[in-house]
Design a protein around this ligand. Sequence first.
Ligand SMILES: NC(=O)c1ccc[n+]([C@@H]2O[C@H](COP(=O)([O-])OP(=O)(O)OC[C@H]3O[C@@H](n4cnc5c(N)ncnc54)[C@H](OP(=O)(O)O)[C@@H]3O)[C@@H](O)[C@H]2O)c1
Length: 155
Amino acid sequence: MWISRYDDVSTVIMGRRSFLGHRRVWSGKARRPGDPKFQFDYSHFLDRVDKVCLSHKLKDPAWENSRIMKGDLAQILADLRREKGGNIILEGGPRLVQEVLKRRLADDYWFFVMPVVYGKGPRYWGSMKDQNTLKFLELKHGEDGELLLHYEAVR
Ligand SMILES: NC(=O)c1ccc[n+]([C@@H]2O[C@H](COP(=O)([O-])OP(=O)(O)OC[C@H]3O[C@@H](n4cnc5c(N)ncnc54)[C@H](OP(=O)(O)O)[C@@H]3O)[C@@H](O)[C@H]2O)c1
């Protein structure tokens, strides 16, 4: 379920901190014999897909099929849509997701509900001044009680 949502993804965008974290943990070079198959699947996907690292500081992404972009997020998304098309996903981090939510830049939202309550740190959904209405599209069940909820933005 985790991997199949990536089938039609053309581009993955990450902020610099998330990009560097993903490169360290999820690139094919990070895989070791004995890692579970889903980790290899995700690493193959991430190595292969076009990746955009947002950064003012980083000069060399040092990961295949990657490039660095900077500037206004709405403009970057418009440029990518025009240039490439396909599904463009934002893989984090939280501040970037918050910016997308507040500025209503996303067409689709995928929410994961996991059957555990755990963790700390920043929340994607902080206080929102304006109502942001979503339309339900699809629900997928995982094998262990996890849910994947797919909504689209109503504009
Ligand atoms: N699935 C997951 O659990 C998951 C996924 C992703 C991230 N995370 C976690 O999220 C944390 C990192 O998130 P974060 O919000 O702190 O940082 P982040 O979004 O990953 O990176 C922030 C950096 O992105 C760059 N940036 C953002 N918008 C930009 C723009 N429009 N133009 C140019 N550069 C831009 C800036 O880099 P410069 O300073 O270089 O300009 C900024 O300092 C990590 O702890 C990571 O583990 C978790």
